[in-house]
Design a protein around this ligand. Sequence first.
Ligand SMILES: [Zn+2]
Length: 130
Amino acid sequence: MHELSLAQGLLSTALAAVERHNADNPENRALRIQEIECELGLISCVEPQTLTGCFELFAEGTPAEGAALTLRTVPLGCACSVCGHTFKLTQRRFVCPQCGSEEIHFNGGHGLMLVALRVESEEQDHARIH
Ligand SMILES: [Zn+2]
């Protein structure tokens, strides 16, 4: 199940980002991750519910426990080999909208990318935890 390794990768990327943030902002450390915003490639074949479930499992006991995953599918840039038309696909229907050809090519569209993190930090409640 490839959601498992994706969830694991996502979690370690998010935790590393928090660690970096905390090293840079020792006065306002992030305590908890509230939301993780991600972009999903159109042909990543990820089942969002499975990914979320795996993530929740791995996140238990870390600062990412209880964080919400927001997944957004990004359009895939394509080019038609027959008429040369370039377009963006937003659903997995690989047909040129101009000439109807199925001979289209594209790059990428596989990955899962972390875009942004929303964290709860010390500043908000003035708590100091050492
Ligand atoms: Zn075409």
